[in-house]
Design a binder for this molecule. Structure first.
Ligand SMILES: [Zn+2]
Length: 136
């Protein structure tokens, strides 16, 4: 099920670039693990986020949720893709908590995970969270 691909569309290149820029603003004094994310809406707008850590570690907010919440509080509800950028050998996927939160707005969301070297892995959210919690 895991798709590994080095090919990126123009859309994806831009989204990854925005996530990379957001990553530079991460607040990660404890883990030093900086993450950037950028979400693309159905209307073509991009919202970004980075991880924000806290001395009480459990309160840390991941980049993916920060980007999504940024978009949601700006009135957005429909999303096409999210890019996540980490400085890892292989691109990191969103944590389980973020997968669940992202699923709130649709399982068809495309998740593009990239590292700083430009390696990418693409998934549909439903591949990353096949049996997520649903209210019904
Ligand atoms: Zn997360």
């Amino acid at each position: 099920m895991v798709k590994v691909s080095g090919k990126k569309s123009e859309d994806e290149k831009k989204l990854i670039q925005k996530a990379k820029e957001a990553r530079a603003k991460a607040y990660a004094p404890y883990s030093k693990f900086k993450v950037g994310a950028a979400v693309l809406t159905q209307k073509g707008k991009i919202y970004t986020g980075a991880n924000v850590e806290c001395a009480s570690y459990g309160l840390t907010a991941c980049a993916e949720r920060v980007a999504l919440y940024n978009a949601v509080v700006s009135g957005e509800r429909e999303f096409k893709k999210i890019a996540v950028v980490t400085d890892t050998k292989d691109p990191s996927t969103p944590c389980g908590l973020c997968r669940q939160v992202l699923s709130e707005f649709g399982e068809e969301l495309e998740v593009i995970c990239a590292n700083l070297q430009g390696k990418i892995r693409k998934f549909k959210l439903k591949e990353l969270l096949p049996y997520g919690f649903e209210k019904e």
